[in-house]
Structures are given as C-alpha cells and as structure tokens.
Ligand binder design. Sequence first.
Ligand code: AVI
Length: 332
Amino acid sequence: MEHGSETHEEKVVLHDVEPTPSDFQRDLLTGLQNLPKWVPCKYLYDDVGADLFEQICGLEEYYPTRVETSILKGCLNEIVSAIGPNAVLVDLGSGSSAKTELLLSALEDCVAYIPIDISKQQLIEVAHDIRRRHPRTEVLPVCADYHKPLKLPTPTRAFQRTVFFFPGSTIGNFEPGEVVSFLKRFAVISNPGDAFLLGMDLQKERSVMESAYNDPRGITARFIKNILARANRELQAGFDLDAFRHRAFYNAEAGRVENQLVSTCRQTITLAGVTVNFEPNEPVTVEHSYKYTLGGFQSLIHRSGYRLEKVWMDEQRYFSVQYLLSETHGDI
Ligand code: AVI
C-alpha cells in the first residue's frame, strides 16, 4: 500500500494516493526506450484528458457509452436485484458518473459508495455530487491508481456485499493476461458473494469499431495526443505535438483497436537527460482497446477467481454488461 493523505472537504474524506510525476516519467521513459515504442494509456487521464474523454463519450461515433447506458437503463431492475440490498459500490474509474447515478438511484439502501480515480479533480467533483444526491450513502473517495494493490476504506455501517463497478469497457484497455491478474487482485480481497459488474465491448463490423476511434472532429486525436501534451506540462518533455499524428485501426488478429501516435519526421526529444530518437512514420502505441467475443472473455474470467453469473446485451450485440460472482475465500 502506498502512503496516502486524507483531505477533509465538506464531509467528503479523500484518501489520496495519487501517482506522482516521477511515476509518469519512469513509465514514459521505459516505454519510449522500447522497440516498438509504447506509453501506458493510464496516463491519458489527467484533468485535461478526463475532460476530453467526457467529450468522446458524447460523440455519435463512440457507441460504447451510448449502448452501455441503454443496457443499464433497460436491464436496471434485473441488475439491481442481482446485487440486492445494503451493498457497497466500488466505482473503478469514477468518470462514469451518469452510469453510477443510474445504479445508485435504483439500489436498495446502498451503504457506501467508494469512487476510485486517478484524476483528482474529477473524483472530488463526483464525490460531492453523489454525497448531495444520496445523503444516506457514505461516500469514501480514493485518489489512486487501481492498477496497483489497493486497500479500501471501511464503511461505518454493516453491509451485505461489495460490488466492483467497472463500466465503459475500460477492462478492454488491458492486455488479456493483465485482465486475469487485475480480476484476481479483486478476487483475493473479496468474500464469496462479492461481485464485479463490468462493461465489455464486443467484436463487430470493423467499420463501426474504427469510426468510434476516428471521429471527424478530432477529439479522439486530441485525447490520445494529450499524453505528450501532459509530458510537456508536467515533465517539460518538449514534444512537438504537430510532429505526431493520431492513427487508429482494428487489428483483427489480436481483436483490438490500436491507438497510435506516428512520428511525421525524424526527431529527437530529451527527457530527464535521456535522448529518444523517432524515425519518420515510427508509431508509438498509446492504447489498445480489446473487443471480445463472449466466449473469449469468459475464458479469462474462469482463470480469475470469478464466474459469470449473468450477461446483458443490446439487440445488436454491440456491447455487454456482465455480472461476475467471486468464487474465492481470499485463497486464489
Ligand atoms: C476508456 N476506454 C475504454 C476507452 C476505449 O474505448 O478504449 C478510451 C478511448 N480511447 C479512445 N477513445 C476512447
């Protein structure tokens, strides 16, 4: 567990283990010194990136948010009855406040809401908002990187089960092996009956998937480029943003959309005394968005200490919302 601090603001206590600029610098250098080059997509989400991602979620082409929300709305009664009363809802990546609001409004006496997010500003806003709307639910925000081991704050009231809510197909941004280790990390801190409610994007026609990541207004391009802009802001990295272009395409063999930044020329940057050279047309992978078949994803779940209890989909089978039950006693 990392060291944290607590900030008291209008009755919402923030558990603060936000990653530091030195984490970003180390991870950025590691990825840029690799061949092929890559940078970890979790660093897309500073306050600027979180705001750009909000905009992406409202785009016509970006179907995941719209379709997932319609599944949550249409199947809300079933979802809520699967969860049952007196739950603790742990929101992994609280940028999803509209979806969370749907759940919190329908859940029977939700004991506590624990939003966890890397983007502190957005986290604090969400926490206050939920606190105002749901005064009976204890709100315990945690500013942290949920890719790392995590200790959850303990709610004051007794509760029935913990449900980890991971919407938006963010799990698709992990490599398949990471999905297993990620889920296992929650399985070991779970009791039987605790659950994972997650959104998972499904494989479909290439054109639909590629359009979602190539919007004509260029918001996705700005979002992906923000990782370099952030390095300039926080690490004085000196990237020339105009010397990189965004490229997104579906890699059918791997079952993923790849978001890359392609160097438009031969160029050099220096970061913390380390020189990194880029060739013309050299790609830097920023993000993979895996799209699964139901069966393909289920084989990962089975290796993770969970079993699939229920799955809800839209009519076109573009997207799935899956309810996984923990099968462990912390013994995985
Ligand atoms: C957060 N994540 C699931 C999004 C995705 O679709 O992979 C991030 C994103 N990248 C480009 N557009 C949206």
